[in-house]
Ligand binder design. Structure first.
Ligand code: HEC
Ligand code: HEC
Length: 404
């Protein structure tokens, strides 16, 4: 991690961290909680920074998997905004690292504005972690990959804790969470989950706000003509209409736009060809299951997946929950032509284009027709090929690490 980032003065680690936790610039007496009183200087007290640091170590530790060779960071690569490592399709895991997962690994950046899953005042689903929102927070979520047979593949939580107790970072975890030598498995597991969560929420690498878009917002540089056209199309409700779901201004309490409203929609993305889809009767339907089980009766929600952030989207291919689309150009083209040229996206069987073929026929009506969708074959496109490349040019300004 590095601290030469916007809005973080180069104070001590814990002060910088406290300022970040207080919302970047909140400052004031933040950090006092970490001050060590003179009477206790002989016994070091753990700080929030210690919890983040051990979380970082454990996140990158391949020894945390049952087979000793897969870390959280294996699927959430630092260089790819903590999404899939470059060039991948769906992640492989399990004891021999040969089991294909169901879904693409999302970026873990810019999730601090997210909350637990709920239905909003209009009855629309929002919030939650993973593509179907089945984890309420990052701590809950972290047990998922540790126990998933096709990921880090531990048999049960006791096996996770047994492995953890033998890792070099275990003593740092004990210190950071003040675990007694007699700590129970439940206490150790909770500390692990909290450390992984604290790391993702407090380490500036997860929310650097250092993209060209941010520089432009701060008046420190300007978009090219093409990027500016792309942003206008992105925001225009009659053209790209992207911002209706990928919010392009800052939510209340957030330092800048997250490019997601954390809502859920069925886009009808094409079926991929993976080990799961080899079975023609298998469908990953997002909110209504099968990975998520509590909304199985809500067939009106079948096919809906969480709106991902578009920050760093140029670095996070392949695209959509099932990785069915390889490039950013194609992902934008899907929005522009799904309805006017469906034959481009779906297979044709006996002369009939199989629209929305990754959903059972009964649920294809759930697919959103909201703009930019909702056109008929043969309509004039809402977005031309030039418009689509302008939007791609704009999306490329959302990659962090911009240097003017
Ligand atoms: C084998 C690859 C793999 C490994 C290893 C892995 N993940 Fe993931 N991660 C994924 C996939 C795939 C998803 C999407 C899961 C879904 O939607 O069901 C995901 C989702 C997440 C999310 C939710 C993000 C969001 O937008 O809601 C978080 C947080 C996360 N992972 C953290 C971790 C942590 C912490 C670890 C280590 C304990 C880890 N992951 C290990 C592949 C992986
Ligand atoms: C109605 C809401 C909605 C609108 C409007 C919308 N999106 Fe999305 N977007 C989503 C959802 C939901 C997903 C994830 C769908 C899935 O994986 O099944 C998504 C995924 C994406 C992805 C893939 C990201 C990734 O990490 O895999 C890209 C790229 C994208 N959108 C770009 C755009 C652009 C560009 C526009 C405007 C032309 C747009 N979106 C308009 C809801 C929307």
């Amino acid at each position: 991690m590095t601290f030469a980032r916007i809005c973080l003065p180069r104070w001590s680690f814990s002060l910088a961290l406290a300022a970040l936790l207080a919302g970047c610039g909140g400052g004031g007496p933040a950090g006092t909680a970490d001050k060590v009183s003179p009477a206790s200087t002989s016994i070091a007290q753990p700080t929030a920074a210690d919890r983040v640091a051990v979380g970082e170590t454990l996140f990158h530790d391949p020894g945390l998997a049952a087979n000793g060779s897969q870390a959280c960071a294996s699927c959430h690569a630092v260089a790819n905004a903590h999404a899939d490592a470059a060039g991948g399709f769906l992640p492989l895991g399990g004891p021999l690292l040969d089991q294909q997962g169901l879904r693409s690994s999302p970026s873990l950046n810019y999730l601090n504005g997210n909350s637990g899953f709920r239905f909003d005042a209009q009855g629309q689903p929002v919030g939650g972690f993973t593509w179907d929102g089945r984890a309420d927070n990052r701590a809950d979520q972290s047990l998922g990959p540790l126990l998933a047979a096709k990921e880090m593949a531990h048999a049960d939580t006791a096996a996770v804790v047994r492995t953890l107790r033998a890792r070099p970072a275990f003593s740092a975890l004990q210190f950071a969470f003040a675990l007694p030598a007699s700590a129970t498995d439940a206490q150790v597991l909770q500390a692990l989950q909290q450390a992984l969560s604290d790391y993702q929420s407090a380490d500036p690498d997860y929310q650097p706000y250092s993209s060209k878009f941010d520089f432009v917002q701060q008046g420190r540089t300007a978009f090219t003509m093409q990027e500016a056209r792309g942003l206008a199309l992105f925001n225009d409700p009659r053209r790209g209409a992207c911002a209706a779901c990928h919010t392009s201004d800052a939510a209340v309490g957030q330092p800048a736009a997250a490019f997601t409203n954390f809502g859920y929609f069925a886009l009808g993305v094409p079926r991929n060809s993976s080990s799961a889809t080899a079975d023609p009767n298998f469908f990953d339907m997002g909110l209504c299951g099968p990975l998520r089980t509590d909304l199985a009766h809500r067939t009106d929600l079948c096919g809906r997946f969480k709106v991902p952030t578009l920050r760093n989207v140029a670095l996070t291919g392949p695209y959509f929950h099932n990785g069915a689309v390889a490039t950013l150009e194609e992902a934008v083209a899907f929005y522009a032509t799904r309805d006017i040229d469906p034959g481009r996206w779906y297979p044709t069987v006996a002369g009939v284009v199989q629209r929305f073929n990754d959903l059972p026929t009964a649920y294809r009506g759930n697919v959103t027709q909201q703009a930019p969708f909702g056109q008929q074959a043969g309509d004039a496109p809402r977005l031309s090929a030039q418009d689509a490349s302008d939007i791609v040019a704009f999306l490329r300004t959302l990659s962090d690490g911009y240097t003017p």
